[in-house]
Ligand binder design. Sequence first.
Ligand SMILES: [Zn+2]
Length: 264
Amino acid sequence: MPTRPKLYQIEGIVLGRRDYGEADQIIICLTEQGRMDFLAKGVRKPRSRKAGHLELFARTNIVASRVQGSWDILSQADAVVLRPALQDDFDRATYARYVAELVLRFFEREANPNLYELLDWTLSTLVEDKAPQLLVRWYEQRLLELAGFRPTWHACVGEREREQCEAPLAPRPSDTQGYGLDPERGGALCPECMRASLAQPGVRLLSPSALSWLQALQRREYEELQPLSMPEKTARELTHAMDHYIAHHLEYRPTSLRMIDKGK
Ligand SMILES: [Zn+2]
């Protein structure tokens, strides 16, 4: 006699949905146990009761049953938090997709309660925040740290004559020379190391303003940064700098922010 499938309950945040078969979908979630993919049968039928509880970026209580060698089957979903603004507002939706994309690209299926908490908080804040771009820059620093790629912004990562430089970095607006961004070595370069590394692939100039923002984004809580306004020029520079840094470590360039870049 076949044994009854074992039901379990888990809370997850919906990061992706992909059509499967005629009326089903694969629902990709982050849970405290790591990424989990579920098969939601009949969820594309007009009268599906589950569909509304599995909207993108919703935090949802899921009941599912284990299936050996296939996706677990989702039998019930009950949304705890729905985030419709992350679907209706173009900019917020684009940032939310980027936030989700980084989770899926940087993390495998390992359990990580801190990542779950970071994702949930970031998506909830993104719903109403006045400066979604600043929030996303702050999130990148936290995510890189959790993924084991914490950049070094406070000391030079350069190497001259086979010696580690490690000069403390304290950028000021009056600085006349630029700093450097070196994804391979995992951080920033002092002006001297920058000059010595100009020919190295992947190394880029970093303005004093951009570096001092990166330091603040890494060390400060988001609430402390929120009242500050980032100059437009620095915001643009940081978008490109972080895109470059992240693409280097992922060996892949995240696609979700391209739409926003094109629009500005
Ligand atoms: Zn240096």
